[in-house]
Write a protein that binds this ligand. Structure first.
Ligand code: GAP
Length: 459
């Protein structure tokens, strides 16, 4: 990246962070107490956006398929799980201390982090004296019950996957499924990241959308390819074009030792190409570990060979918050348009795919001091409400109201005017102006057609 394009991208990121705060997508957690590093809260618009992304993932990955069921595991689990999975001994990042500024850094990201004393420099260029790296376990430790001793230790889960592995047999039985089949889960995960950074990209509390897909050992690679293509299609369906996602075939030396093949789907964030989702062929590693440690069989029976085997697993694991950030980056645009008095102005717009937009339609009475317009607009709002998130706004000039919804990413706006009331002729009575966010074009639509038109566009 040239220095001018890198400046442009970092200013784009600043604008997105500021828009997120101003419009109530995302706030710093505990803000009035000075915040908590690496932890974020979602405001009204952010909550809707995140929910729509999770709902669409859930729908595509479970409800529209015969071979995947869902579960919702606990965040706290028996410590034995984290011992068997290898997290307790190896889920760590290399940590270095700077003896000069007393800060701590991830040893493999010294070029990416700001230095404490010299903010324009990084720990690798500031000249501070660094210690040798040591392993820092990323799991948050806690105690279950009132006694804080070794026997009550457990951890906040650092991934949702392990709950799926340890419930594999239960789910297989109750769901009456046969291999190949998968278990999907969405939920919180926690990692005590050494240097959280890039807004919600790397945080200490985040959400994952994970699928563990179980198959016969001979079919592992085939399902790895299948899920890579499915997941790319899924991102396209929420407005992230394939051309913006880079598929990295993770090289042997960078893969987890138990993985036979991993793809990282990387998105072109303003701060660089970074991982959005990992799709890993985890073999039978996890089930084997849990079978061995628990003493409970996690095997399946092969009807053809009449023998038992441990299923192999392919895991598409996506971050909810990273997907939120990617759709925000993809949607953000600033463009010059003609304002009300024909002067040009900058319009900030979030071009969310209608499927995931937090609000689907703005409803505006042309004037708020005309009771007939207000009554009709409320009627239209109530008509749309059961099918979609709508926002009623009667404050200020209509152009300003459109701009506010553009900034919130609302794909459609409906204006109720004197034509709607039939004051300009019977043929326009009970029609409204439907405005499209992206083209800003307006058309006249009968109220009776509104629900059908909008429902088709957002589903
Ligand atoms: N079960 C496999 C697993 O957890 P991972 O690559 O460590 O694999 C999967 O995490 C996804 O979770 C990542 O691709 C990313 O989207 C998200 N993720 C991981 N750490 C994160 C963090 N600190 N902040 C936000 N998202 C994170």
């Amino acid at each position: 990246m040239s220095s001018s394009s890198s400046q442009r991208e970092s200013s784009k990121m600043e604008k997105i962070v500021s828009l997120c705060k101003r419009r109530g997508f995302i706030f710093q957690s505990s803000e009035i107490y000075g915040g908590l590093n690496g932890i974020w809260d979602y405001g009204p618009l952010g909550t809707e956006l995140k929910r729509n992304i999770k709902d669409y993932w859930w729908r595509s990955m479970t409800r529209l398929r015969d071979d995947v069921v869902g579960m919702d595991g606990a965040i706290l689990m028996n410590r034995a799980i984290w011992k068997a999975s290898g997290h307790e001994s190896t889920f760590s990042d290399p940590l270095v201390d700077c003896k000069t500024c007393k800060r701590r850094f991830r040893a493999d990201q010294l070029d990416l982090t700001g230095c404490g004393q010299k903010p324009s420099k990084t720990p690798s260029t500031c000249g501070g004296e660094l210690t040798e790296p040591r392993a820092f376990n990323l799991m948050f430790k806690t105690y279950v019950g009132p006694v804080e001793d070794d026997s009550s230790i457990t951890y906040l889960r650092p991934e949702t996957a392990q709950a799926i592995f340890v419930q594999f047999k239960n789910v297989l039985e109750v769901a009456r499924k046969k291999l190949p089949f998968g278990i999907a889960q969405i939920g919180k995960a926690f990692r005590n990241e050494i240097n959280p950074r890039n807004f919600i990209f790397r945080s200490r509390e985040f959400e994952q959308m994970e699928l563990e897909f179980f198959a016969h050992p001979t079919q592992g690679f085939q399902w790895l390819e299948y899920w890579k293509e499915e997941r790319l299609r899924w991102y396209e369906n929420i407005g992230i074009p394939r051309s913006k996602i880079h598929v990295l075939t993770v090289p042997d030396e960078a893969r987890a030792f138990y993985s036979k093949g991993t793809y990282d789907l990387e998105y072109e964030f303003p701060f660089g190409l970074q991982e959005l989702e990992g799709i890993a062929y985890r073999t039978d590693y996890d089930l084997k570990q849990h079978q061995q440690a628990s003493g409970k069989s996690l095997e399946c029976f092969d009807d053809e060979t009449k023998s038992k085997f441990i299923p192999h697993v392919v895991e598409p694991s996506a971050g909810v918050d990273r997907t939120v950030l990617a759709v925000l980056c993809e949607a953000f645009a600033e463009e010059e348009v003609k304002g009300e008095d024909d002067k040009s102005e900058i319009r900030t717009v979030l071009r969310f795919h209608p499927r995931i937009a937090p609000i689907k339609c703005g409803v505006f009475p042309l004037l708020k001091n005309k009771p007939e317009l207000v009554a009709k607009a409320m009627e239209v709002r109530d008509l749309l409400r059961p099918d979609m998130a709508v926002f009623y706004d009667d404050a200020g000039a209509i152009g300003r109201r459109y701009r506010r919804q553009d900034e919130a990413g609302t794909p459609y706006g409906v204006t109720i005017d004197f034509e709607t009331l039939g004051e300009k002729g019977a043929d326009l009575k009970d029609t409204v102006t439907l405005r499209d966010r992206d083209s800003m074009r307006q058309e006249r639509v009968p109220i009776t057609e509104l629900v059908g038109r909008l429902r088709a566009a957002i589903s």
